[in-house]
Structure formats: structure tokens, C-alpha cells
Design a binder for this molecule. Sequence first.
Ligand code: ASP
Ligand code: MG
Length: 411
Amino acid sequence: MTLIVQKYGGTSVGSIEKIGRVADKVAAQAKTGDKIVVAVSAMSGETNRLIELAQTMSLKPHARELDVLVSTGEQVTIALLSMALNDRACEARSYTGSQIRMLTDNAHGKARIKDIQCDRIRSDLDAGRVVVVAGFQGVDEDGNITTLGRGGSDTTAVAIAAALNADECQIYTDVNGVYTTDPRIEPKARKLDTITFEEMLEMASLGSKVLQIRSVEFAGKYNVPLRVLSSFEEGEGTLITLEEDNVEQALISGIAFNKDEAQLTITGVPDYPGVASKILGPVTAANIEIDMIVQNIADDGTTDFTFTLQRSDYETASKLLTQVKDSLGAKKVIGDVEIVKISLVGVGMRSHAGIANTMFDSLAKENINIRMISTSEIKISVVVEEKYLELAVRTLHAAFGLDSDAASKSR
Ligand code: ASP
Ligand code: MG
């Protein structure tokens, strides 16, 4: 017997017709004898609509009430899907987050799951029913409704799969898997059959928005086999696995990029202990997240200090840095918002030298100047001018044998 948790995202349940199609699919699979739990999102656009409603009602909607409001989107889809399943002679029951007791902390709008009570789900499954659970929502210890953050239905599905020890957690969405890079930038991008949790985390945090990052962390931690696949097309999708199970073993699994970056530099900083913290302190105190940080050796007693941050924080951070510059007696503050970060991601990097050099060499041949470089065990990132984004991604995609036509040769 196989126990599967499936999650259908907003676009997959975006209309009555589409919910009907999901019901056809689930009912057909249930007939094969599989036990199925389905987690659903709100119909596409619905969560945004509810948030807008709240903002029209109140300048500063209370977080508790906002959760009461936005959680209704998912309540609609669980009911509709269960009706559709029952009509197809596939017995189904819907549950809200609080009904199954998806217990979370009380951080409204970004709650974390603490515990799931699976008794009701288990007894329904044993009775041959499909269980339909509202994604994205939970309940805190005092019975308040909470939500898990945008895209949180992915995490609902993974958490249920972990709690039930399911054979697989399948995330049905509008793309048919995880790609080597964004096909809108490189049409030769190729769907991956497998990717490791670690790589997926890097890809997700670097801006490929297939899965909520937290769901990947959760799946990795509890070792839940996670598969991303299309609701609309047949296919195996992409399986996210532990490294040992990964048969693909390419050097590089994918190229991620982030356009939402800006760069700030403070030059001529006197070099003494505590300077770095004096520079970043005010920025962090303003709740601005820093990404890459580079500081060089001071040769003449002063150093340059550069970091990247989200573009939307640039103006604020730049003002703060100008104040810091004056108080430290540094030379000047320079910055740029027209930059992008491009990263090679691959667990294969661990055991192979020379990847960084191939990367830098390929970019040099295209005359693309690298502004910053940072590396981690399974990732090399460079910052380049935004106008080079497409050229750089395509160049690297080809250089590392990721192009769809070169795929068979490199593997
Ligand atoms: N409906 C929520 C959102 O739009 C949760 C989800 O779809 O995963 O973010
Ligand atoms: Mg989503």
C-alpha cells in the first residue's frame, strides 16, 4: 500500500473546471488503492484579493485578523474539491488547519509548525477516504488561526507527509519540474530528473520560486521524498532527494540568479577591530538583510568594504552608510542598483577543483566583468552588471554542458 500526500497550488485549482480536473486525477489514483491526502492552496489570485480587501478596510490590519481573513481562501478550495471527489464516487473529507490540529507557534503571517495530530487523517484513510486539508494555515495553542507565510501550502503538504511517514510528497504546480535555469532566460534549459535537497535550497533561495524554501528545509530534515510535477501534463517531474540517492551526479545542477540585488561600497575605511560591525550595525538595526560581504586586506591602513542587499532597501541603507562614513572618517560611499547575482549550484563541486576557474574564464571570454565573487561548498556566486544577465546565464549554461542538446554528452 502506498501513502501519498499531494499538494495542488493556486493555478491548479484556479477555477471550477480545474478543480474538477484535479478531482478526476485524485479519484483515479484513489481507485488504484493508494491512500491519498491532498493539501490545497486558495484559488489563484484569491490570497492577493483577500490581502487587498484587508488593506482597503484598514491601514494597518491586525495580524491576527488578517490570518482569519486570508485563511478563508483555502477553506473554499477544500470544500469544493471534496464535493467534486464525492460526486466522482470517491469518498472525501475536508479539514481546516485547526480541525486536524496543525499546531503552530503564534507568529501570525509566518507561523511555524510545531506538531500535527494525525488521528483524524489516519482513521479517514483507513476507512478508504481521501483527506483534503487546507494548506497554508494552522492554529496556535490558544486556538487562534495562523498562516504559514506566502507559498505555505507546500510546507503544509511536506509536514503532513513527514507526520504520516508518507511514501512521497508530490507538489503539483504549473511547471513540470525544476529546471537547470529559468527557461525564459535560456530556452535550452533542461528539466532535472533529480536534485538534492541542498541544491534545491540554494536554487530556491537564489530566486527560483518553485517551492517555498521552508518546505524544502522541512523535507530535508525529515527526509521526505519530495517531487515537483505538473498538474496539467503527464510526466515524472523532478524528485528532490538525499545526495546518496542522487543518480544524476552532474558537476553543476543548475544556474540560479537574483535580479533583486543592489551593491553598496564604503571606501577608505580605517582598519581597526570593530569596523565591520560599525558599518553593518546600523544597517542590520534597520532590519535590512545583507547578502554577500567583501572586505579586503588593508595595505595602507584603510580598506574598502562592499556588500549586497535587496534592491528595495538600497535607498535606506545608502543613507545610513553615509552617516557611518562620516563618523568613521572613511572616504566615500558608492553604490549600484543595476547588478545581478548569478550562481552555479551543484553538489558535484565538492569533489571537483577548477569549476570556479571555468566559470571565470567563460565570463571573461564574453568580456563580462565580475564585480564580486563568493563561494560556499556547493555554490559559486558572482555579481555582474545587470545588462549581462542573459549573456552570462547562457554562456555558463553552455560551458557546463547543461544545454538540452548537450545533455547526453555531459552526463
Ligand atoms: N494561498 C497562499 C498564497 O498564495 C498559500 C499557498 O498558495 O501556498 O501564498
Ligand atoms: Mg506556490
